[in-house]
Unconditional design. Sequence first.
Length: 94
Amino acid sequence: MIDCPGVVYGAENDSDLDTVLKGVVRAERLEDPTAYIHGILAKVRKQDIQRIYGVDDWKNDEDFLTQVAEKTGRLLKVLIIRKLNNLLGRRTRS
């Protein structure tokens, strides 16, 4: 979400969410990036999320991700991942 020059190191008292928000860990390397959506939506100002992603309002994390997926043309991929998670017995966050 935020790009900064140079290297940013995590502090000892940083939570996993803080580490992700600082960009210490690349999103591509996270086992389940969706696990951080709730924390990000809670921590980042709603106006900023609305401006960046073009989503006016959302009911929960899954609704937000679905709207973003629809706007970016990735809804089919989201539906496939959700179906695979259901088959594997994994719960999606909401």
